[in-house]
Every structure is written in C-alpha cells, then in structure tokens.
Design a protein around this ligand. Structure first.
Ligand SMILES: [Zn+2]
Length: 222
C-alpha cells in the first residue's frame, strides 16, 4: 500500500493521538491516529478522536477553510469505497466507518456555528440551560405571529438572518478570547434566531406556497 506512510503522517499530534494500539488484523503495534497499519497496510477502525485530528488540522477555533477542503478531499479519496471493493468485509466496514466519521467531522468544522458549538463541547464549557435574553428574538416572534403577507415573513427572516450573522461573528470572538459565558449566551441567542428564521420560512410557505416575492408584496409592507 503506497499510502501508508503518507497518511500515517497526516494527522497532527495535538490530540493525544500519539499512543499505540494493536492492528486488528496483524496484531502488531500501530499508531492510534494511523488510518493504515504501518506493518500490513490494512485500514484501521475509526478510533475516537476529535474532529480536528480526524481531518489532520491543528485544533484551533479559526480554521483555514482551504486547508480543510484539501484535507477532506484527500481523505475522502483515500477512503473511497471503490478502493476497498475487493477487500474483505472487515476492511470494507472499517473504511465505511472511517468515512462516516470523516463526514461528521467535516460537516461540523466547515460551518462556523457548528464549529463554535463543538468547540464549547470539546473544552467542556458548554452550559446547556443558557437562555437567550435578547428581546429582539421575542419581538421578531411576535411580528411573525401577526404576519399575513409573504413579504412580512421575508423581512423578519432577513432581520433574523442579519442578526444571526452578527451572532456567529460574536461567538467566534468570544471563543477566541475564551469568554465561555458570553459564548454560551451568544449561542443561545443564535439558536433563538435560527428558530425565528425557520419559523419565518415555514409561515411564508403557508401564506404563499410556490410563490416568489412579488413587487406588490414588497411595497405593501413599507
Ligand atoms: Zn497490521
């Protein structure tokens, strides 16, 4: 297997993944973070590791998204089921589990909001019962309940969307400065805004199913 060396060097060593374990097939000692056994070249089980390590990224709240895309593409190619098609059931299963874990890691890290939430969990700083206390959320929900036009829903969705964007930036900043309490508060707020956004879309769909935004609707709420 010509990938063995390359991919065993792939993951960074920031996550306690330098330990060793026995290869499930040849039983020789192999690195915990290795995708392939360095002795027999066999794909290894998807072992528990954090999403950053899984993608061979440094564990940082700000990630280089180009690097993320590159690592993901390479790993995805390496784990392509086609490559394991003629292998035994064990190898095919391990490759599939590795791919699953890779997808979860990628989807989590790619999205700043999910990454932020994950960062709190990873650092055991998540406070589950945090309530959003931004009055804007309640105001928007109230407006939404009274909305009778698609354009009103769109306006509310737009406001929520803008606030959401600001929220994500605030979340990143609070995580960078390790202001965990603020980060939890912003996260609760952002979740409230996400709820407004999806409610606004749902309401719009019931008011104007299959309809685009017309000029009449836009002007009528001004
Ligand atoms: Zn082996």
């Amino acid at each position: 297997m010509d990938n063995v060396i390359e991919f065993n060097d792939f993951a960074v060593s920031s996550n306690n993944m330098n330990g060793e374990t026995a290869c499930w097939l040849c039983q020789k000692s192999t690195l915990l973070r290795a995708l392939f056994c360095q002795h027999c070249g066999t794909i290894q089980p998807a072992r528990p590791m954090d999403h950053f390590a899984r993608l061979g990224l440094e564990s940082r709240i700000d990630i280089d998204s180009d690097q993320l895309e590159r690592q993901y593409a390479v790993l995805k190619r390496t784990l392509d089921p086609m490559r394991f098609a003629i292998r035994g059931m064990g190898e095919r299963n391990h490759a599939a589990k590795q791919m699953e874990a890779l997808e979860v890691a990628y989807r989590t890290l790619r999205d700043p909001l999910r990454r932020g939430r994950y960062w709190l969990v990873l650092h055991e700083k998540e406070i589950k019962e945090t309530k959003a206390d931004n009055p804007m959320i309640a105001d928007l929900q109230g407006e939404l309940e009274k909305a009778t036009l698609a354009a009103q829903c769109d306006k509310i969705a737009q406001k929520a969307g803008n606030a959401l964007e600001q929220g994500v930036m605030g979340l990143m900043q609070s995580l960078r400065t390790q202001n965990w309490q603020l980060a939890n508060a912003i996260l609760a707020e952002v979740e409230g805004l996400e709820a407004v956004l999806s409610d606004a879309r749902a309401r719009r769909a019931t008011i104007a199913p299959h309809m685009g935004l017309s000029d009449d609707e836009l002007t009528s709420v001004k």
